[in-house]
Design a protein around this ligand. Sequence first.
Ligand SMILES: [Zn+2]
Length: 67
Amino acid sequence: MESSCPSCGSPDAAEIVYGLMDFETFRANPGIVLGGCCVSVEDRRCRACGTNFRSDGVPVDPRESFL
Ligand SMILES: [Zn+2]
């Protein structure tokens, strides 16, 4: 099963990439969302509602996100 949003159920999720990425790579991959330099456990972002979640389906512990 492809990853779908745990909040709204939409399967339309972008991949979140953390850290530095060169501009050409970013332009060539419109499905990628920049997550910034602060690496989090979420690696997908719902395009419908903006919720970040994990593609492996493991619920995100809010405490884990703010370490
Ligand atoms: Zn959603």
